[in-house]
Design a protein around this ligand. Sequence first.
Ligand code: ACO
Length: 325
Amino acid sequence: MNAGITALGTYVPEQVVTNFDLEQRLDTTDEWVQTRTGIKQRHFAAEGEFCSTLAIRAVENLQARYGENVLNGVDMVIVATATPDAMFPATASLVQAHFGLKAGAFDLLAACPGWLYAVSVAQAYVKSGTCKKVLAIGAETLSRVINWEDRSTAVLFGDGAGAAIIEPVQEGYGFKSFVLGSDGTGADHLHMKAFADCLPSGAKLSNKLYMNGREVFKFAVRVMDTASLEAIEKAGLQTEDISLFVPHQANARIIESARERLKLPLERVVLTVQDYGNNSAASVPLALQRALDEGRVQDGDNLLFVAFGAGLAWAACVLTWGGKQ
Ligand code: ACO
């Protein structure tokens, strides 16, 4: 049996924060942020909007696009997030309750590649017969964990959510390969506090996001193309067979470097970082939605997804779009 994505919905909060807005509260400039990252603006959740709110809005958007019945038969909800409403209950349970679904629910934490990890679990559930229809959501409220004392990270992040339905699809369609990796020796480069005061290395934890940008940049540039090439090979395809590259949107320079190494033409790359910044687990579904809305995805297209982040961890996958039964 093949499993694929049959529906997608997204949400970004109304409040837009431009680089010029950030100039008012940080020692930075629009020119620096755009040149180093490609980011022009990001969206921040309003007071009272939390991870579950964003996830629910993304599912409502899914219903608006595909009809109320799109949720019929959903028997598992997975929310990939590093910024949940609470440690428990799972944000996924709040989504399940909101829509009155007769489904299991759990959160998954794998930082920026989280949604691809969630999708990998979802398709394995479907293929094994454990579940029939899975709602795989990536949702983040990163604005709540920004360290405003650190201008090099404060300019990078935004809030948003994306929700996908994973279910059986016709022969020849669906997920063709997954590459899932982690190198926890890089844990010190990107972290945020939960219950310990420090990591095993002794690195002190704070309840705001910490990132060693240069180290993560080097890692990202390396892993984006190696994981992508591995996923393409595992799918039995060549780079030329990839119709669209949908990468994690952390930094336009990282995406450009991967595009060059993969020798993909510009028109086969989705870029949304300028509008949303880095939305961690929500970044890949938001980029995919943009491509769908722009009519850049046709039935039978091979899409390549790749993401990287805290762990350090990464994920890549190849999906043949379409084939809804
Ligand atoms: N405005 C103005 N100047 C700044 C800013 C800012 N916002 N931030 C840093 N600078 C300055 C620095 O102080 C430094 O000045 P100096 O040379 O006088 O010391 C100079 O700009 C260059 O700093 P670098 O850190 O070398 O800048 P770089 O080009 O590496 O860009 C960045 C920094 C954007 C953070 C980059 O390293 C990056 O994108 N890293 C990867 C981030 C990423 O992809 N994270 C994804 C995972 S996130 C997750 O999993 C939650």
